[in-house]
Design a protein around this ligand. Structure first.
Ligand code: DAV
Length: 360
């Protein structure tokens, strides 16, 4: 039996698919080009390296921000029409420079992707130790909401604040050749991870090692969550991994969406699950994606075990979802894609109706 929402803590979400009740949707306002660093070199498309090198610290053009905000507002209205409470962070500029005793950043990034910096596991609400220096203060526009959730009873923690000195990064990192083993741009100097490298299936969490998540960070999370949870690594084929949610997306109990270009083998525990291979993305080659590839198509948001939000232009995937028995709801999101994410990245599911259980 699923409990009544009245008895749920204000922050409570165990899976990617339990019925969604409350969600934070990001805003594009104030989006700023992050400054060049080895953590960008290791993750950003090579054809856009020059863009970051040239424009770091400058705001993105206003028309691009406005168009992304139009997509976000359409998305927020769709969620509200489906009966979900939508919350938005504060709209701030990210162009202010900042420093620590060890380094300087000419600006921040954006408030567009709550998925990257906040992790909800059950009733734990965790601010994650992100390795991009430009993102050091990114949680501030969410703090008003976080304090409200705390006052309403949420358990709120922040992982150890990273120092992000040069010791945290392998400055000699180069794109590995075809036969070379994977190397990561992060060292093991301190715990580092982006929340978006993790997905939740009740007592089991899955993650990828990436250029924004090191082993020390995973160990910190494992110990923080304790013996109620099991954390499993997913091996993926990707030379510039950053975030699991364009590679591996659990959709419902027994249903897993995978990126066929990146996933060769799955943990044995998925043997009895339906493995749904995402069809090729439909985005046009003319679409300039500074931060990512086209597999943002897979970055959908489940509203429950059937309803999901998917980009209106991803015709092949929409058809596939229907064939697989889901109820896709379409939304224009191509303008938002340009900031490097889609529906899953742009949201944080604060509360989903459900209880902690094992699906394996
Ligand atoms: O190109 O698949 C997506 C990053 C989503 N936050 C990619 C990276």
């Amino acid at each position: 039996m699923v409990p009544q929402s009245q008895s749920l803590p204000v922050v409570s979400s165990h899976t990617e698919w339990d019925p969604l009740e409350e969600v934070i949707v990001g805003v594009a306002d104030g989006a700023t080009v992050p400054s060049w660093h080895v953590t960008l070199k290791s993750t950003m498309p090579r054809k856009h390296w020059g863009f970051f090198q040239e424009h770091g610290g400058k705001p993105f053009p206003q028309d691009m921000v406005d168009a992304a905000n139009r997509d976000l507002d359409e998305f927020a209205h769709i969620l509200e029409a489906e009966g979900i409470r939508v919350r938005r962070p504060e709209r701030v500029s990210h162009t202010k420079p900042f420093s620590t005793p060890d380094w300087h950043s000419p600006g921040g990034l954006y408030t567009a992707m709550p998925r990257d910096l906040l992790l909800v596991v059950g009733d734990h609400l965790i601010e994650t130790p992100m390795p991009w220096r430009s993102r050091y203060f990114e949680v501030h526009p969410y703090r008003k909401l976080l304090k409200e959730y705390f006052h309403a009873g949420a358990r709120w923690t922040s992982a150890p604040k990273p120092q992000l000195t040069d010791e945290s990064f392998d400055d000699t990192w180069e794109v590995p050749g075809d036969d070379e083993p994977m190397r990561y741009a992060l060292t093991e100097f301190e715990p580092l991870f982006d929340a978006a490298d993790f997905v939740r299936c009740g007592r089991d969490l899955f993650y990828i090692r990436s250029h924004v998540t090191n082993a020390f960070g995973v160990e910190w999370l494992r110990r923080h969550l304790g013996s109620e949870y099991r954390i499993h690594e997913l091996k993926c084929r990707d030379t510039k991994p950053m975030h699991i949610d364009t590679t591996f997306m659990p959709l419902a109990p027994g249903k897993l969406l995978v990126n066929p270009e990146r996933v060769d083998e799955l943990p044995r525990m998925f043997k009895s699950w339906d493995i749904l291979r995402a069809p090729p993305p439909c985005a046009s080659d003319d679409l300039i994606l500074y931060f990512s590839g086209k597999w943002l198509s897979m970055n959908i948001l489940m509203l429950d075990e059937q309803r999901l939000v998917v980009d209106k232009n991803e015709h092949t995937l929409i058809r596939a979802f229907k064939d697989w028995g889901f109820k896709p709801i379409t939304c224009n999101f191509t303008n938002f894609y340009r900031l490097g994410g889609s529906f899953h990245c742009a949201t944080l599911d604060v509360r989903r109706r459900g209880v902690l259980q094992s699906y394996f």
